[in-house]
Design a protein around this ligand. Structure first.
Ligand SMILES: [Fe+2]
Length: 356
């Protein structure tokens, strides 16, 4: 496959990689699937909503798009199982649906297995956002991110599986909070916020009734909104008093929330979200976990297409874990030109504006 700028795309070309078309006016997302023969109307819509280029089949064996940390089938399975579990809480908040919870646990185990298998790769969370940002998608993204952070912290395997399950379930208490409060597009009143703040304890209480749930998982769910400086909730505990899984999920949760689309705002770019996490170091977040997170997050993964501040467009060819915001980029239309944004001091004034 090759990447072709949008103005050189013409009818009949075949997509080599799925493409999402975001319509920020209506907040809709359409998916054009790999293998689609493009029509003029597809191309015009892609131009209208800002896509600058596409991966197209060119008859070569070079089929490397960005590495997917978990595959599409597993993403779909995870979303379906989470949907079942969350709706079972809606129907009967007094009793855990054991079957639904065991299915989610199976999915969570598969997620960890996938990530362990792809251990050497960094995580590109944008890749996980398929159609929209319902709680299930958020839960899945947080599980992947938390697992990646756990690996970066070199936790043992048992803890990694526990952490993944804890992360995928972290917001289950939201099903016991009125839905219109969760989705309210305007600012919450103090009373409304106080109701939202009950979800960690509600989630913990709900889930403890099942024997899959260890004390560490319970503590992680209950403490995922605690802050490192003691200003979080529900208990206002601080520093390392906050249980480890809670400190890890706090970062994964905020990073994913910032990079997700909301009814009242566009998603932050990965680099803006990373800046925010770095800004919250030692205030909201544990500095050791911020470091572990930065080692493992790839806002611009290899083979990603990016737009630079000098107007050029390129493909990421190498990522440096010391500074994932400044990878090496091969400029499109100039085969020999590589920008090493991390090591080449002459390029320090150039930044990546966005992933395309
Ligand atoms: Fe939460």
């Amino acid at each position: 496959m090759i990447f072709i700028p949008i103005n050189d795309i013409h009818e009949g070309m075949i997509l080599a990689k799925d493409v999402k078309i975001y319509n920020h006016e209506s907040n809709d997302v359409d998916l054009l699937k790999e293998g689609l023969r493009l029509s003029n109307s597809n191309i015009n819509r892609l131009k209208k909503f800002g896509n600058v280029g596409l991966y197209i089949y060119d008859g070569t064996d070079n089929n490397e798009g960005p590495i997917q940390i978990i595959d599409n089938a597993l993403k779909t399975e995870a979303i379906n199982e989470l949907e079942k579990l969350f709706s079972s809480v809606d129907k009967n908040p007094k009793r855990v649906d054991d079957n639904a919870l065991y299915s989610v646990n199976n999915v969570s185990t598969k997620i960890v297995d996938n990530i362990l298998h792809n251990k050497k790769y960094m995580v590109n969370i944008i890749d996980l956002k398929m159609y929209d940002d319902y709680t299930y998608h958020h839960s899945l993204s947080v599980a992947v991110l938390a697992t990646a952070i756990g690996l970066s912290l070199e936790l043992d395997d048992k803890s990694i599986y526990e952490l993944s399950l804890c992360a995928i379930l972290h917001d289950i208490g939201k099903t016991e909070v009125p839905h219109d409060l969760i989705t309210k597009p305007s600012k919450l009143t103090m009373d409304e916020f106080n109701i939202i703040k009950t979800h960690p304890i509600k989630g913990g209480k709900y889930i403890i009734k099942n024997n899959l749930i260890t004390e560490s998982i319970y503590n992680g769910i209950v403490c995922h909104h605690e802050k490192y400086d003691g200003t979080g909730y529900p208990y206002g505990i601080k520093g390392k008093e906050i249980p480890l899984y809670g400190r890890i999920i706090a970062i994964a949760d905020v990073y994913d929330a910032l990079t997700s689309s909301r009814p009242y705002r566009k998603p932050a770019s990965p680099s803006e979200a990373i800046e925010y996490i770095m800004g919250g170091n030692e205030i909201m977040f544990d500095p050791d976990i911020v470091k572990a997170f930065l080692r493992k997050i790839a806002p611009y993964p290899v083979n990603d297409c990016v737009k630079l501040s000098n107007g050029k467009i390129g493909i990421v060819t190498k990522v440096f874990s010391e500074n994932p915001l400044r990878p090496e980029v091969k400029i499109i239309g100039d085969d020999e030109k590589y920008y090493n944004l991390y090591e080449n001091q002459n390029l320090y004034n150039i930044v990546i504006l966005q992933s395309l």
